[in-house]
Design a protein around this ligand. Structure first.
Ligand SMILES: Cc1ncc(COP(=O)(O)O)c(C=O)c1O
Length: 477
């Protein structure tokens, strides 16, 4: 068995990462979208729901993916700075994961929640990776296939354990689309039913402090507000079953809390005997430069939700890891048909072993530092860039009309996305005001590819500034 603190078995060589992608990239045969992509997008429009989202902003029909690159049906090759919304930490089509998946597929695909070799192997592996005492005390529960299922399980488990109903979530949060997950998601535009049992607290979004304070003098007043709300019988908030937090908010605009905030959150929740759920669905598996983002502050949550990169190369799977003392469930209390996708488990295990072998979190940390410093240098000559932030390869660039007023500029973010796409780089946009350009590339991206993509991004910001400065602006369509 591997030791708990895994020693990487291979030196992290740039060549190793360079060999994982389509070459050359980006490489566009002509204008994008090309003719075949247009055909498929048109047909999709006839067949699929109006809720379809990504192809509206990045009009591409993808044919194949390798590492941090994708090829469309017209043969155009793109650098992928989106990574399937943070799923593809080991990149598209990692050979080791494909092999593990193919071998498992030959043996067994579906098994409800019976014990199997891939499932036990994955749980063993996850347990040795977890922070702090969870290494000894963790129990796992596999949910249905998406991250939202893990959130549902976490809410239900903490409610069962505490016998309480209320939950505290954060402004700017995104936890998914199923009813429970939506109830703790703050974006009213997504149609979440306002649930009287969920209360939203301010997140430490220091660039736009919801309390109007400055980070160097605020003394973490937002954490204090949570503390007093839990203490004060007149706060209007009943003692909650859980506090659920993203250790870095993803869809909310890549918002990194200041050092020590999560430690304070852990202190407060322990003091008030409220389970802390860390949603690591987007931040997990090396994304932020550590295997789990909560490790940056050295905290041990009671529950960790996992999905996205858990299935390795995009197989759908989710699970919660939690302290065994919370295991209040009776047999069969949280069931489901697809809670044991063996191929996803085998691929996920192979992907995690690869992450450990090449020390992928450290690669993400190093490259993240590099990109942040390049973007911060470029920011000086890009007036629309209000803030550059991130950790590891989870990076956000907040676009504003004026750096002093910080008026959000969502049209600029959309235009930059379009300019990037035209030049062969796929990015996405998020944030409270849809004004944050986001990088979530596969962590296996090479330094060379990352630098090329970042250069194109900066060029795209200049092009977008020019485009929106013209009187007949709005060239995104
Ligand atoms: C932090 C976080 N939690 C939960 C989810 C929901 O996951 P899924 O879309 O797989 O249901 C997401 C998806 O982006 C997420 O970023």
């Amino acid at each position: 068995m591997r030791p708990a603190d895994h020693t990487p078995s291979e030196p992290r060589s740039e060549q190793r990462f360079e060999d994982m992608h389509f070459e050359p990239a980006p490489a566009l045969a002509g204008e994008v979208p090309g003719p075949r992509s247009r055909e498929l997008l048109d047909e999709q429009e006839q067949l699929e729901s109006k809720a379809r989202s990504y192809p509206r902003s990045v009009p591409i029909a993808i044919e194949e993916g390798r590492g941090a690159t994708m090829r469309d049906v017209d043969g155009n090759t793109f650098i992928d700075f989106f990574g399937g919304a943070g799923v593809l930490n080991v990149g598209h089509s990692l050979p080791a994961a494909l092999k593990a998946a193919a071998e498992q597929q030959d043996k067994l695909v579906h098994s409800l929640d019976f014990p199997t070799t891939p499932k036990l192997g994955l749980m063993r592996k996850l347990k040795e990776m977890l922070p702090g005492r969870l290494k000894d005390s963790a129990r796992f529960h596999f949910g249905g296939p998406t991250g939202s299922d893990a959130i549902e399980a976490a809410l239900k488990l903490t409610r069962a354990h505490t016998g309480r109903e209320a939950v505290i979530a954060f402004q700017g949060s995104y936890h998914g689309m199923s009813t429970g997950a939506l109830s703790v998601t703050s974006d009213i535009g997504l149609g979440g039913p306002p649930t009287s049992s969920v209360h939203f607290m301010p997140y430490p979004y220091c660039y736009r402090c919801p309390l109007g304070l400055q980070p160097d003098s605020c003394e973490m007043a937002c954490a204090k507000l949570l503390d007093t709300s839990l203490e004060d019988p007149h706060s209007g908030i009943p003692k909650p079953a859980a506090v659920i937090v993203e250790p870095i908010q993803g869809e909310g605009g890549t918002i990194v809390p200041p050092d020590g905030y999560l430690t304070e959150l852990r202190r407060i929740t322990l003091e008030h005997d409220v389970p802390l759920v860390c949603d690591e669905i987007q931040t997990g598996f090396g994304r932020t430069g550590k295997m789990f983002a909560c490790e940056h502050d050295g905290i041990e949550p009671d529950v960790i939700t996992l999905s996205k990169a858990l299935g390795g190369i995009g197989y759908p799977i989710s699970c919660i890891a939690y302290d065994a003392r919370l295991d209040a469930w009776a047999p069969g209390a949280h069931i489901g048909t697809f809670r044991g996708h063996q191929v996803a488990m085998a691929a996920g295990l192979a992907a995690i072993e690869f992450m450990q072998d090449v020390d992928l979190p450290s690669h993400a940390a190093e490259l993240g530092e590099l990109v942040l410093s390049l973007l911060r240098d470029a920011q000086e000559s890009l007036p629309c860039v209000g803030d550059v932030r991130g950790r590891g390869l989870m990076i956000g660039i907040e676009l504003v009309k004026d750096r002093d007023t910080k008026e959000p500029w969502p049209e600029m973010a959309a235009q930059i996305r379009t300019e990037c796409f035209r030049r062969g780089v796929v990015i996405e946009v998020g944030g409270h005001f849809a004004n944050v350009a986001r990088f979530l590339p596969p962590l296996v991206i090479s330094r060379k590819l990352l630098l090329a993509g970042t250069e194109i991004f900066v060029e795209s910001v200049r092009a977008a500034e020019e485009a929106l400065a013209r009187p007949s602006a709005m060239l995104t369509s």
